[in-house]
Design a protein around this ligand. Structure first.
Ligand code: ADP
Ligand code: ZN
Length: 856
C-alpha cells in the first residue's frame, strides 16, 4: 500500500489505557504521517503525544466521533521503527501492559509528553486597569500579570485563586500545549537558499519546527577557493549555477557574508559565522531578503567529556583461552540466525572479551550491536573498553546524560551513525537500522526488570527482539538466572560454559565462619559483628600492609531502636517497617519513605530511658572497627557517605592509592571495582537475604556471594573471602563457597519443582494499592474470588492470597497481593486478562506483574 493516502490512523497513547484509538488524518498531513510517526492528538480535554501504529484506509463505523490529529511531531523520519513497534506490541501483550506505555519507554523520556495547560495574557492595559478599579482583580494579582507579559506559564505553577480572578476578568486565558522534546538544545544553522545541504534528512528533525523563511531561490555563487578570513571588501558578484541574478541591493558586508558562506559549502552554524565576524544583524537582514535561511537543529553532543574521564585500559592483544575461543566461534557461526546463548562463565573467565569480539564481527559485517548492562554505574568501565575497540562510533545511554544528550544519542543510533550502543534496560529499544547481535551482561540481575508500569524484563525481551530480527542473543553471567539456565536445560537456549579464569588465575578461596560458635558481646544483644577468626584474619592482613573489604548490606547504625522497659520499637508512621538508627546524624530514618526524626531520649510510651539500638549497619561496623583495629584507616562507602557529589570517586581513589586500608561498604562495593592490593573480603551477614519471604532468596544470596567472591583476588595476590553465617550448611552458601553454580542450580531447581515455583511454573503477581485499607481489601478479595473461578479449569494452578503484601504499607499506601502460578503460561495470562482488564476499583490502583521479581 502506498504511504500517505490513508485518511485514518490507529494510535497508541502513553496512558494507562489498554487498547488503541482511531484518529483522522487531516488532508494537509496525509503525505507526511507515516507508520511510527509521533503526532499531537486531543485526548479528552487535554493534548497528548500519540504513536501511529497503523494507517487505516477504511473509515471507522462511527466517523463522526473520530477526532483529527492536530499536528505531526516527527516531521522527517518517524521516531518509531516497525521493528520497535512490533517488539512493543509483543511486550504489551505478554506483560498485559498498555501498548502506548511500552512505546513510551522505547523512546527518550522527552518524546512522549502529555499536554500541559498554560496561562497566557490576553487582556490589554485598559482592561486590566478597569478590572483593578472594579476590584475584580487584586493589586497582588498584578505580579502574575507582569510575569505573564514575558511568556505563558504552566498553570500548575501558578496560584490558583489569582488565576481564577484574572480569568474571570478576561485578563488571561488558558490553553493546552504539548512540550515535545523538552530539554533538547538546539544549534542554529544558516543556509543559502537552495543550498545543497538543505536536505534535512541527515539531521534530526527540529522538534517543533522553527521553519525557514520560505522557499525563495537566492543566488548561490559557485564556490571558489576558501580562505578562513571574512573578506569585507565588496566583490563582484559571481553567477550561480542556475544562472540566477546575484543578490541585488546587498551591502558590502552582506555580500561578503554570502560569499563566505558559499565558499564553505553554503551552510554554517550561526556560531561559526559570528566567530568569523558576521553579526546577527547581517544574518537577519539576509534572512529577511530570503537570501539565507536560518534553521535550528537538535544539538550534536560528543561523548568526549564523558569518555575523557574514563580510565584507559591497556591495549593488550590477548590470546583467547580455549574456552573463550569456543564461545566466540559458537556465537559467530550463528550470526544471521536466531540463536539464544547462555554464557555461563566464572568471574574472570573473560566473558567481556567474548562479547567484544562477537560484537566486532557484527560491526565488520556492517551491522550494529547492542550491549545491555544492569547498572548505569558499570557503564564507564565497559565504555572505556569499548571505546578502545570501537572508537567514537558508540552510544552510551547513561543516567547522567542530559535530556539533550540522550536525545542526540538516540537519533545517532536511529540514523545508523553508531555501531554499538551500551546501556541499561531501556537501551534494549535502541532503534538501530540493522541490529546484528544483542548481549545481556549479568543477565540474572534484577535491574533488568522494570518495577513500575510497564513491568517488562529487558533480558527476556532481548530474546524476543533477537527472534524477530533473526539474530543471536548472548545472555552472560557467572550466575545465570534460574529462568535462563532452565531454558538451556530444555534445549531452548544453547549453554556455553567457561569454567576457568583466564591465564589459569585461581579463584579465590572462600571460607564460611559459623556464627553459632561465636559469643556475641554483651552490648550487641546476640549479634556478632566481627567473629574471632575474622578479627584475626583482618589483623594479619593489615600487618602485611594489604587491604580488606568488609561488606554489610545495611546502612545506618542499627535497623531498629528498642525500649528496654516496655519493648516498644520505633516504627514508621506510614510504612510497615522499623526506623533505622542513624547515629552520626542523630536521626531515626525510614528507608522506605524517608521520614526522619531526632533520636528520642525517652520512650514515648513508658518514659523509659534505656533505648537500645538492635542489630548493626555500616555506622556501627565502623565504630567497632576503630575500637578493634586502632590505628587502621577505614572509609565507609554507602549511600549516606557518597551523597555528596564526587565523594564516591574520592573514597575509591583513597582506597586505590592505599591511603585507607579497609573499606566498609554495602552492595555498592560488590561489583565492578578492581583493587589489586585487596587480599581479604569479608561478608559480615550472609544470611540477611535468606530470611526474606521470597522464593528467590537463595538465588539472590548465591548471586550476591558469587559477585563478592568474584571481586577478590583479581590482582597478583591471591584473594580470600570470609563469609560469616549462622546457616553455614545452607546450599546457597555452600555452593557459593565452592564457586559451583551448576550444583546450586541443580539444588535450586529441585526446590522450585517441589514447590511449584518459577521457572517450573509461570507466575503473575497482582498488587492492590490504596490509601484506604477497606477499599484495598475489598478489591483484593473480590478479584481473588473471580480469579479462583477463572483458574478452576487450569490443572496445576495455584493461588496465594489475597493477603497483605510482606511490606503491607509503604508511604501511607496499603498493599495487598495475590500470587498466581500455573504450568500453563498462556492460559494463566488469559485468565488474568479476563478478570482484571474489564474492571476498575475506586481508590485502588491495581498492578499486574507478569514474571515478577520483587514480591515483597
Ligand atoms: P568476566 O567478565 O568473565 O569476569 P573479564 O572479561 O572482565 O571477565 O576478564 C577479566 C580480566 O581478564 C580482564 O582484565 C580482561 O582484560 C582479562 N582477560 C580477558 N581475556 C583474557 C585473555 N585471553 N588473556 C589474558 N587476559 C584476559
Ligand atoms: Zn516510612
Amino acid at each position: 500500500m502506498p504511504q500517505g493516502i490513508s485518511a485514518f490512523a490507529e494510535i497508541a497513547l502513553p496512558v494507562a489505557v489498554h487498547g488503541t484509538f482511531t484518529y483522522a488524518i487531516p488532508e494537509t498531513l496525509r503525505d507526511a504521517v507515516r507508520l511510527g510517526s509521533r503526532v499531537e492528538v486531543p485526548l479528552g480535554t487535554k493534548l497528548s503525544t500519540g504513536f501511529v501504529i497503523a494507517l487505516i484506509d477504511e473509515a471507522p463505523v462511527d466517523t463522526a466521533k473520530v477526532k483529527p490529529i492536530r499536528n505531526l511531531l516527527d516531521e522527517d523520519e518517524p521516531a518509531l521503527t516497525r521493528e520497535v513497534i512490533d517488539l512493543c506490541r509483543w511486550a504489551a501483550e505478554y506483560y498485559i501492559a498498555p501498548l502506548g506505555e511500552m512505546l513510551r519507554v522505547a523512546l527518550p523520556a522527552n518524546m512522549a509528553a502529555r499536554g500541559k495547560r498554560e496561562a497566557l495574557l490576553v487582556g490589554d492595559d485598559t482592561l486590566i486597569d478597569a478590572a483593578r478599579r472594579d476590584e475584580r482583580i487584586l493589586e497582588s494579582d498584578l505580579d502574575l500579570v507582569r510575569e505573564l507579559r514575558n511568556r505563558p506559564l504552566p498553570l500548575s505553577m501558578l496560584p490558583r485563586s489569582a488565576v481564577e480572578r484574572l480569568r474571570g476578568a478576561g485578563v488571561i486565558a488558558t490553553r493546552d500545549r504539548l512540550f515535545d522534546a523538552k530539554g533538547v538544545r538546539y544549534d542554529r544553522f544558516v543556509m543559502l537558499e537552495d543550498g545543497p545541504s538543505s536536505a534535512a534528512s541527515r539531521h534530526p528533525p527540529p522538534a517543533s519546527g522553527e521553519k525557514g523563511n520560505g522557499l525563495v531561490v537566492a543566488p548561490r555563487p559557485a564556490s571558489g577557493e576558501t580562505d578562513n578570513r571574512l573578506d569585507v571588501a565588496p566583490r563582484p558578484a559571481k553567477r550561480g549555477e542556475g544562472g540566477r541574478r546575484p543578490g541585488e541591493g546587498l551591502t558590502a558586508k552582506q555580500q561578503a557574508a554570502v560569499d563566505f558562506l558559499a565558499e564553505r559549502g553554503g551552510e554554517l552554524s550561526v556560531a561559526a559565522l559570528e566567530h568569523a565576524g558576521v553579526s546577527a544583524a547581517i544574518l537577519s537582514a539576509l534572512a529577511k531578503k530570503k537570501i539565507v535561511r536560518i534553521e535550528r537543529r537538535a544539538r550534536r553532543h560528543t561523548l568526549d567529556a564523558f569518555l575523557a574521564g574514563l580510565d584507559t585500559v591497556a591495549t593488550e592483544e590477548f590470546r583467547y583461552s580455549r574456552e573463550q575461543r569456543d564461545a566466540i566461534d559458537a556465537v559467530k557461526s550463528a550470526l544471521g540466525t536466531f540463536a539464544p546463548f547462555v554464557l555461563e562463565g566464572v568471574t574472570g573467565s573473560g566473558k567481556t572479551e567474548v562479547y567484544i569480539e562477537v560484537m566486532r564481527e557484527v560491526v565488520r559485517r556492517g551491522e550494529q550491536a547492542l550491549l545491555l548492562v544492569p547498572e548505569i554505574a558499570l557503564t564507564p568501565v565497559f565504555a572505556a573498553r569499548l571505546k578502545e575497540r570501537f572508537g567514537e562510533r558508540i552510544a552510551i545511554v547513561h543516567s547522567s546524560l542530559s535530556a539533550s544528550e540522550r536525545y542526540d544519542q538516540w537519533w545517532r543510533a536511529r540514523r545508523g551513525e553508531v555501531d554499538v550502543a551500551i546501556g541499561p534496560r531501556s537501551a534494549l529499544f535502541t532503534p538501530f537500522p540493522s541490529l546484528g547481535i544483542i548481549v545481556v551482561d549479568e543477565e540474572g540481575d534484577s535491574a533488568y526488570k522494570q518495577e513500575e508500569t510497564p513491568r517488562y524484563n529487558a533480558r527476556d525481551l532481548a530474546v524476543v527482539r533477537a527472534q524477530h530480527r533473526n539474530i543471536p542473543v548472548v545472555l552472560g553471567s557467572a550466575t545465570p538466572s534460574l529462568e535462563s539456565r532452565e531454558n538451556a536445560a530444555r534445549g531452548r537456549y544453547t549453554l556455553l560454559r567457561m569454567k576457568k579464569r583466564v591465564e589459569a588465575r585461581p579463584l579465590p578461596e572462600v571460607e564460611v565462619l559459623d556464627l553459632r560458635r561465636e559469643h556475641a558481646e554483651k552490648e550487641d544483644k546476640g549479634f556478632v559483628i566481627f567473629s574471632t577468626p575474622l578479627r584475626d584474619e583482618l589483623r594479619k592482613t593489615f600487618a602485611a600492609s594489604e587491604q580488606a573489604i568488609i561488606l554489610i548490606n545495611r546502612r545506618g547504625y542499627a535497623p531498629y531502636l528498642l525500649c528496654r522497659e516496655c519493648g516498644h520499637e520505633f516504627r514508621c508512621r506510614d510504612c510497615s517497617v522499623t526506623l533505622t538508627v542513624h547515629r552520626r546524624s542523630g536521626l531515626l530514618i525510614c528507608h522506605y519513605c524517608g521520614l526522619r526524626k531526632p533520636i528520642p531520649s525517652k520512650c514515648p510510651l513508658c518514659g523509659g530511658e534505656v533505648l537500645q539500638p538492635i542489630g548493626f549497619g555500616t555506622e556501627k561496623v565502623e565504630e567497632r572497627f576503630h575500637r578493634d583495629f586502632p590505628g587502621i584507616v577505614a572509609d565507609v562507602l554507602d549511600r549516606d557517605s557518597t551523597r555528596k557529589k564526587g565523594s564516591l570517586v574520592k573514597i575509591l581513589d583513597r582506597f586505590r592509592r592505599g591511603e585507607t586500608q579497609a573499606l566498609i561498604g554495602t552492595q555498592m562495593l560488590s561489583k565492578g571495582h578492581h583493587f589489586p592490593n585487596v587480599t581479604l573480603t569479608a561478608v559480615l551477614n550472609a544470611d540477611s537475604i535468606l530470611g526474606y519471604p521470597d522464593f528467590r532468596s537463595a538465588e539472590k544470596t548465591f548471586y550476591l556471594l558469587t559477585q563478592v567472591a568474584g571481586r577478590a583476588g583479581r590482582g597478583e595476590l591471591r584473594g580470600r573471602v570470609l563469609i560469616q553465617s549462622a546457616f553455614p550448611t545452607h546450599y546457597a552458601i555452600q555452593h557459593a563457597m565452592q564457586h559451583d553454580y551448576e550444583a546450586f542450580y541443580e539444588a535450586e531447581i529441585q526446590f522450585r519443582r517441589t514447590f511449584h515455583y518459577p521457572p517450573i511454573t509461570s507466575m503473575i503477581a497482582i498488587l492492590f494499592r490504596g490509601a484506604n485499607l477497606p477499599d484495598v481489601e475489598r478489591a483484593a478479595i473480590a478479584c481473588g474470588k473471580m480469579l479462583e473461578e477463572a483458574l478452576q479449569p487450569l490443572a496445576g494452578s495455584r493461588i496465594q492470597g489475597p493477603a497483605p503484601a510482606p511490606l503491607a504499607r509503604i508511604k501511607g499506601v496499603w498493599r495487598y497481593q495475590i500470587l498466581l502460578r500455573s504450568p500453563q503460561r498462556v492460559a494463566l495470562r488469559r485468565a488474568v486478562e479476563s478478570v482484571m482488564l474489564p474492571r476498575r476499583w475506586k481508590g485502588v490502583d491495581v498492578a499486574i506483574d507478569v514474571d515478577p521479581i520483587n514480591i515483597l
